[in-house]
Design a protein around this ligand. Structure first.
Ligand code: PHB
Length: 395
């Protein structure tokens, strides 16, 4: 048995867990991070790709990496496309902000690399992870990747272990509330080897359903289309996927650039929040505490913002020596979480086709899109939410 005593044990080596470990390290607080996925599994999972200006600033200013500024792509607007017409929302002109296209896998590689350079204890590929919070100190037990049993004792335990969090389930019954909403659709996501179809992202509403044209590099693109939650990957070969994409987005002179397809996946769609995010010395961060539908590109940004606030609260906890300080965490993040919940829900319902929608519902949806694209204030509302509410104008 390998026993370790640390200050903060973190379950989950995704962006929330690793950024927290990094920020704590900068304040002289040590941590151990465990994850049941290997480094290669985490780095190889295709996730979302949009960073708000504040997320970029956090990564650059805290010394994680400046690579987002050199290898990422700054986007000063997006396109909302409906009834076959593109409507550009100009972020810079409306709210003086931008977002960065920089995939989550790159954020992970930067964070993991920084932890490596700083000598951080991050254990990938562990098995049988279990957490216990009833004793003197929270503990994490797991089998390390070399097969040895490990036990980590800590002052605090952080569950940054994603939407299927084991840490969330360690809260005693009644210690937290849950709010959630299911949607009758999912996204079918894929990568394609093709040139960019457009310089910016295009969110499309069509009578055949939603589609999103996103990007990765000048030669690799990421795209999604609305599908049934039960959709089977095996039923979709390249020809069928392109036929579906074409009928949703092509027209009026716009033509998709097509190529070979890889990394197909069906993304679940769920809005979920639990609070409080703290019980005793256990805290939750990122998807473990809240998930949003991917439409507003907020999940990764919320996870990074949680980690930044939680690091500050943990520093205060050590300075003041009072566990009740930890309640400040939920207080400080909950407004951002619910604003993002609203934005992702709103954008989802505005752009997706719902089976059985009445003619009234459909025309009302068009009216809503016209309100956003046809009014400076409507467009600014969207632009502020998409780029992040407390955006920095300097990056
Ligand atoms: C992506 O590039 O993967 C992406 C972009 C915007 C979204 C969701 C996903 O809203």
């Amino acid at each position: 048995m390998r026993a370790t005593r640390t200050q903060v044990a973190i379950v989950g080596a995704g962006p929330a867990g690793l950024l927290l470990a990094h920020l704590l390290h900068r304040s002289g607080i040590e941590s151990v991070v465990v994850d049941n996925r290997t480094y290669e599994q985490i780095a190889g999972t295709v996730r979302a790709g949009i960073l708000e200006a504040d997320s970029v600033r956090l990564l650059v200013d805290s010394g994680v990496s400046g690579r987002v500024l050199t290898d990422g792509y700054r986007h000063d607007g997006v396109v909302l496309r409906f009834d076959g017409v593109n409507h550009r929302i100009d972020f810079q002109e409306l709210v003086g902000a931008s977002v960065w296209l920089y995939p989550q896998t790159e954020v992970f590689i930067d964070l993991a690399g920084r932890r490596g350079v700083d000598g951080g204890d991050v254990r990938y590929g562990v098995a049988d992870t279990a957490v216990e919070i009833s004793g003197d100190r929270p503990t994490v037990t797991c089998t390390d990747s070399d097969g040895r049993a490990g036990r980590i004792e800590a002052d605090l335990l952080v569950g940054a272990d994603g939407s299927r969090s084991i840490c969330r389930h360690a809260f005693p019954p009644g210690a937290r509330e849950e709010w959630f909403r299911e949607y009758p659709f999912a996204w079918f996501g894929f990568l394609t080897e093709a040139p960019r179809s457009h310089p910016e992202l295009i969110y499309t509403r069509s009578e055949h359903g939603f589609a999103l044209i996103s990007q990765r590099t000048p030669t690799v693109q990421r795209m999604y289309f609305q599908c049934k939650p039960t959709e089977r990957l095996a039923d979709w070969d390249d020809d069928r996927i392109w036929a579906e994409m074409r009928r949703r987005v092509n027209g009026n002179g716009f033509v998709l650039r097509e190529g070979p397809i890889s990394a197909k996946s069906v993304l679940p769609f769920r809005s979920f929040v639990t609070a409080p995010m703290r019980y005793d010395r256990l805290l939750l961060a990122g998807d473990a505490a809240h998930t949003v539908p991917p439409t507003g590109a907020k999940g990764l940004n919320l996870a990074l913002a949680d980690a930044a606030v939680l690091a500050e609260v943990i520093v205060d906890y050590y300075a003041e020596g009072d566990a009740d300080v930890l309640d400040r965490y939920t207080e400080r993040v909950k407004e951002r979480v619910w604003r993002a919940q609203h934005f992702c829900y709103w954008l989802t319902t505005m752009l997706h086709a719902v089976a059985g929608a009445s003619p009234f519902d459909i025309e009302r949806q068009r009216g809503e899109l016209a309100l956003i694209t046809g009014s400076r204030y409507g467009a600014a509302y969207f632009a502020e939410a998409y780029t992040g509410w407390r955006q920095s104008r300097s990056v």
